[in-house]
Design a binder for this molecule. Structure first.
Ligand code: GTP
Ligand code: MG
Length: 360
């Protein structure tokens, strides 16, 4: 009965009216206090119905085709992630970076021999933990860059734990081998201590010795990536509506919102109705991430693209889904932003923590 609930809450010093909202944890604690089993039923919303329908959609084996691997470069600041990627792709991003420090997630899909590989570069500066985690979350393979003259450093350790949490294979690039102070043996030792036993020492982690300056080991690194990808046989269904993740987004003065999305399954097309976090829109134009003037009509699985057409910038790390009806997309987006606002205002929901219960 409501009175019993009120009385229980009163014993914690919480005076509540009969219309008060209880959060889930509090409701569970009260139920436990009275030895009552509690089943919590969330109201069905259009969000639950449509998004879970998409999430639950299973691809038949016959629908699946090979897709390029998504490969994320992770590691401590200045260990050479951007330089290595520049060398692989034939770019020069690194010399244009402010202070020589990467502050964005970059993503490119490139042809390597017969295959395509999608690369994601992350910042190594300690301030960008969340971006590293995001990179690790969208990836199939993590390439851990460790400077051979510096060895395993704090953000190397952090990157190892992100990659392990994402349960993806790790390849180590032992970089800066050209530097006189390079000490690969010491780095290998440190890697072993962090649970990455190098293959040359009988473990299962491929370690490739590289230099972004001389180009040493870069072909071997690519071969190792392609081999790892072959073993895992990454597949997707090119014929379904796209699902994926927003890597980052910004409000541009001339083009409106520009969102960098990476497709995790299906094919994203111009004209698709997309909901991403608490924003939505119709894909107006898509641009190649390597050549910002090159417009794309379609983005297949594993492809990163810059997309215009969102009403507001979606949150980095938010998942996106393609829907059939713009009204549904708007409703879901609005529902989510209302919820975020309510969470921020807070205060209306009664909350008692487990500690409060115990301390009573
Ligand atoms: P953040 O993105 O800021 O974490 O750095 P990063 O890991 O991308 O390192 P970046 O590629 O910016 O390289 C840092 C510095 O090391 C630059 O001055 C590079 O020229 C230099 N560097 C990178 N790789 C090598 C290498 O293999 N050998 C030598 N000698 N220098 C390198
Ligand atoms: Mg960098």
């Amino acid at each position: 009965p409501a009175q019993v609930v009120q009385r229980t809450l009163m014993s914690f010093g919480q005076m509540v009216t009969i219309n008060a909202m209880l959060d889930t944890e509090t409701a569970e604690l009260i139920a436990a206090e009275h030895g009552v089993d509690l089943k919590i039923k969330e109201p069905e919303t259009i969000e639950d119905t449509l998004i879970s329908q998409i999430e639950d959609q299973i691809d038949e084996d016959s629908d699946l085709a090979e897709r390029p691997p998504v490969v994320t470069f992770l590691g401590h600041v200045d260990h050479g992630k951007t330089s290595l990627l520049d060398k692989i792709i034939g770019l020069d991003v690194v010399s244009g970076e402010a202070g020589g420090i990467t502050q964005h997630i970059r993503a490119y899909i490139v042809d390597k021999g017969e295959k395509k590989i999608s690369f994601v570069d992350t910042p190594g500066h300690e301030a960008f933990t969340e971006m590293r985690a995001r990179g690790a979350n969208v990836t199939d393979i993590a390439v851990l860059i460790v400077a051979a003259d510096d060895g395993v450093m704090p953000q190397t350790e952090e990157a190892i734990s992100h990659a392990k949490a994402a349960e993806v294979p790790i390849i180590v690039a032992l970089n800066k081998m050209d530097v006189p102070g390079a000490n690969p043996e010491k780095a290998l030792q440190q890697l072993s201590q962090h649970g990455l036993l190098p293959a040359e020492w009988g473990g299962d982690v491929e370690v490739v010795k590289t230099s972004a300056i001389t180009g040493e080991g870069i072909d071997t690194l690519l071969e190792t990536i392609l081999l790892t990808s072959e073993i895992h046989e990454y597949k997707a269904n090119p014929n379904r509506d796209a699902v994926g993740v927003c890597l980052e987004a910004e409000q541009e003065s001339d083009r409106g919102v520009l969102a960098k999305l990476i497709v995790k399954n299906g094919t994203l097309k111009v004209g698709d109705i997309v909901v991403c976090g608490s924003t939505y829109g119709r894909v107006k134009a898509m641009y190649d991430t390597l050549d910002s003037r090159k417009r794309l009509e379609e983005a297949p699985t594993s492809t990163p693209v810059n997309v215009t057409g969102f009403d507001e910038a979606p949150g980095a790390g938010e998942k996106f889904y393609v829907l059939n009806d713009i009204a549904d997309a708007r409703e879901i987006a609005e529902m989510r932003s209302d919820r975020t606002r309510a969470d921020k205002l807070g205060g209306h929901t009664v909350k008692v923590s487990f500690e409060d219960f115990q301390e009573r």
